[in-house]
Write a protein that binds this ligand. Structure first.
Ligand SMILES: Cc1cc2nc3c(=O)[nH]c(=O)nc-3n(C[C@H](O)[C@H](O)[C@H](O)COP(=O)(O)OP(=O)(O)OC[C@H]3O[C@@H](n4cnc5c(N)ncnc54)[C@H](O)[C@@H]3O)c2cc1C
Ligand code: SF4
Length: 325
């Protein structure tokens, strides 16, 4: 590991100032992703600015309804929080489906959102990777692609976004509070992560000195019956092959509204707007659920090792919607 400086930020402004204009500096949350990257040589920051002890460690009600989750709240505390469990069970379930108990104790809300892809070539510095080393090529394109994207990928990169929590937040229309060099701003979670295009090195729309301070969840009655299902190679400690976050509002057998997001399929949490649109106003039947899944997956473009993700996504979505009835 290359030596680096360590600073503990005293407040958000100081944290932003330390990173702004210093291309060798990076924020440090729980370190469960970034420190691995330091060890692997994937990241080589000259300075880590520790933001895990900033006063963003609470879950508070918002004045107009909903809740604000501080960026330093550990994943385990968030999953166990009584308001999250009661009003947003999909978020609690998604968090508990991720990593391990020990990792969740360290991992933070901000760091979880900004964790980087688990593409094995990205993590292996001996291989070409456009995300790690722009312009070097994509080893996955001709390599092993069981875990890679079937939606929204590009010639440059076919990686998937790994966070389970982010899938639930995208389904819930959560909004990220950002403190940047030009002051505070809000970014909807659905717009936070990018598709790779020809700049796969950029995972999100944030700049290097943009600090996540909180995530806001809007008040949402139907979220109280939301759910998360994750399909993976092992029962625990494995990233999603496919996951689905969903909620349904059904009255007298007719779907008033559906909220759906997929994980494991794309470079970002994939809000399934086509499926939601197909379901709206229709009968809550298995046939309808299948048609909605097909509408969303019509443009899926599987790679050599992951064609199974198409039927797996369809079946997982249908079973989630069936269970929400
Ligand atoms: C073995 C293993 C298995 C795992 N399995 C899963 C899984 O199944 N599902 C899943 O979702 N995750 C899984 N994870 C990933 C884990 O959830 C993430 O490592 C963790 O959430 C990252 O949070 P952190 O606070 O430790 O981030 P860090 O490692 O501290 O930081 C990650 C990134 O976020 C940036 N950052 C941190 N905080 C902020 C902030 N407030 N504002 C701006 N930037 C910030 C850092 O600069 C860095 O780029 C696994 C990890 C491991 C090691
Ligand atoms: S899929 Fe993306 S992250 Fe993986 S090797 Fe290709 S460019 Fe790198």
């Amino acid at each position: 590991m290359i030596p680096f400086d360590y600073q503990r930020a005293t407040d958000a402004d100081a944290a932003v100032e330390l990173v702004d204009g210093n291309p060798g500096a990076a924020f440090l949350g729980g370190g469960t992703n970034l420190v691995d990257h330091l060890k692997l040589g994937v990241a080589e920051p000259e300075m880590l600015v520790d933001v895990s002890r900033l006063p963003y460690d609470t879950v508070e009600p918002l004045p107009g309804g909903g809740v604000r989750i501080g960026s330093a709240v550990p994943n385990s505390d968030l999953a166990a929080h009584p308001v999250i469990r009661e009003k947003y069970p999909v978020l609690s379930q998604a968090l508990l489906a991720g990593a391990s108990g020990q990792l969740r104790n360290l991992a933070t809300t901000g760091g979880n959102l900004l964790q980087r892809t688990r593409c094995v070539y990205f993590q292996d510095v001996s291989t070409p990777c456009n995300k790690r080393d722009p312009g070097s090529g994509c080893s996955a394109r001709e390599g092993y692609t069981r875990h890679h994207a079937i939606l929204g990928a590009s010639e440059s990169c076919v990686a998937t976004h790994p966070s389970d929590m982010a899938v639930a937040l995208a389904m819930l229309d959560a909004v990220v509070q950002v403190q940047g060099p030009d002051g505070p701003r809000e970014v909807p979670v659905t717009e936070l992560h990018r598709l790779p295009g020809d700049e796969p090195q950029r995972d999100t729309v944030l700049g290097p000195a943009d600090l996540i301070t909180a995530v806001d969840l809007p008040e949402q009655a139907m979220a109280a019956r939301s759910t998360y299902r994750k399909v993976r190679d092992r029962a625990s400690y494995a990233f999603a092959l496919v996951s689905v976050a969903g909620a349904l509002d059904v009255v007298d057998g007719t779907i008033r509204q559906a909220r759906i997001a997929f994980g494991g399929l794309a470079h970002k949490p994939w809000r399934a707007t086509r499926a939601e649109e197909a379901l709206r106003g229709g009968p809550a039947t298995e046939e309808m659920f299948r048609a909605a899944a097909d509408a969303e997956l019509a443009e899926a473009s599987p790679l050599q090792d992951n064609a199974f993700k198409v039927p797996m996504s369809r079946n997982t979505l249908v079973s989630v919607l069936r269970d929400l009835m």
